[in-house]
Design a protein. Structure first.
Length: 65
């Protein structure tokens, strides 16, 4: 996938855009940690997560799925 975003629509390498896309596309570590905590709590209760967990940051309004 990295190779796909390295080239722009004209087929020219655009490393600046590729770096910006990669940086914007990464979930914060706190979101990954929170999802793991939720999964552990659900497991301790004797259940399992069946679908995606979506989280929305109250301050930034950004949704992580």
């Amino acid at each position: 996938m990295e190779r796909e975003i390295t080239y722009n629509g004209s087929g020219v390498k655009d490393f600046t855009a590729a770096k910006a896309i990669q940086k914007a596309d990464v979930q914060p570590m706190e979101v990954n940690r929170l999802i793991e905590i939720i999964k552990n709590i659900v497991d301790l209760a004797g259940y399992e997560v069946e679908g995606r967990i979506a989280l929305k940051n109250k301050r930034t309004r950004k949704v992580y799925r």
